[in-house]
Design a protein around this ligand. Structure first.
Ligand code: KG4
Ligand code: ZN
Length: 346
């Protein structure tokens, strides 16, 4: 495991991110970390508009790379890791093209990273987590586009043992928030309202919780929320506001219940030594607390390894970290042949 300084580049969705990570056998240090979020740009459309995202990445990618390299220029890094997929094709290409040019000019190795492997690596950026890192591990990846339970047999050896059959958990938050007139992204909005709501006020379904598989389904919750919310839309404002808080709390509880139940079942089934919690939805405090508690109670020997709040949402430090995992296994790509892989599975 050679010590490497890796330039990470991420442009798969609505954050432009560039990072420089120093990784050796004994030390992992995020030396530079820049993230430029497009959330304010997409907010007025109520969601991410792919063409707008791609165009906005162009100036930001150039600006962040320039800042990260500074005076050292090509000497600032030993290798490049860039998100190749999954994600929005035109957005991904902005980061990939920049990375290819840098690889050509510098003559240094480049590797295309799977964005989901990046989310897995976000948990590894935490030094405490690395101390408890023993395979096999289980990861719950919960983001705006993905809800997956991944069995990690080793670095690079992954098996998806459960996934959503329709909407991702983040989508369930975002779409129901939109129904209730809340701005994008809905997850943090729902979580904030839920703090003052009664999670038992609305009896929402726990989709597929009784199903023996480890798969998820969240699209039904959207319909259930729409039906529950309709009568309140025209009601008196004061009561409507409380109903909104109660519905937010009930929805959050329903999503957390399903995620925690299936993760516990997978922990038992695959006898894993630790459980990672990563992706945008892992910012949810109720999810972090409930899953942490469930693991301690049911599986005392199993380590709970959530990613640090700093690296939960899309960033390039996690891409550089996953790049290290790949480069250490001698996996590299040819810059001449690289292209976006919008549908790349783990
Ligand atoms: O991983 P991420 O930043 O981007 C994707 O790769 O999708 O995840 C974004 C998702 C959004 O759906 C957002 O609503 C959700 O994460 N999210 C939350 C919270 N913070 C962000 N969901 C629930 N509770 C939160 N506190
Ligand atoms: Zn992501």
């Amino acid at each position: 495991m050679k010590a490497l300084r890796i330039l990470g580049i991420e442009t798969s969705c609505d954050e432009t991110a560039v990072s420089i990570l120093y990784a050796s056998k004994t030390k992992v240090i995020v030396e530079q970390d820049f993230v430029s979020s497009q959330v304010p740009i997409h907010q007025k459309y109520g969601g991410v508009v792919p063409e707008v995202a791609a165009r906005s990445h162009v100036p930001e990618t150039v600006s962040l790379i320039t800042q990260a390299l500074g005076k050292k220029g090509m000497k600032a890094f030993d290798a490049i890791a860039v998100t190749s997929g999954p994600g929005l094709a035109t957005a991904l290409r902005v980061g990939i093209e920049a990375a290819r040019v840098l690889a050509w000019l510098s003559g240094k190795p480049i590797v295309g990273v799977n964005h989901l492997e990046g989310h897995l690596a976000s948990a590894w950026l935490n030094v405490e987590n690395r101390k408890l890192w023993k395979f096999p591990l289980l990861a719950l990846i919960v983001s705006g586009g993905h809800t997956e339970l991944v069995l990690m047999k080793h670095f690079g050896k992954y098996r998806i043992v459960g996934q959503t059959r329709d909407d991702a958990a983040g989508e369930a938050f975002d779409k129901t928030a939109k129904l209730m007139g809340l701005p994008y992204p809905g997850g943090p909005q729902i979580a904030k309202l839920a703090l003052q709501g009664d999670a038992k006020a609305f009896d929402l379904p726990r989709p597929m919780m009784k199903d023996p598989s480890l798969d998820f389904s969240f699209s039904g919750l959207k319909t259930a929320v729409r039906i529950a919310w309709e009568p309140w839309m025209k009601g008196p404002v004061e009561r409507r506001d409380q109903a909104k808080r109660d519905l937010a709390a009930s929805l959050q509880q329903a999503i957390v219940d399903v995620l925690v139940d299936k993760t516990s079942r997978a922990t038992k089934k695959y006898k894993v030594k630790g459980v990672l919690l990563v992706g945008g939805v892992s910012a949810n405090q109720l999810l972090r607390e409930t899953l942490g508690k469930a693991l301690v109670e049911q599986f005392p020997g199993v380590a709970f390894l959530p990613s640090d709040r700093k690296y939960i949402t899309d960033n390039a430090a996690m891409i550089a970290a996953a790049g290290a995992w790949n480069l250490w296994r001698r996996k590299t790509d040819d810059w001449r042949k690289m292209d976006a892989k919008p549908e790349w599975n783990l």
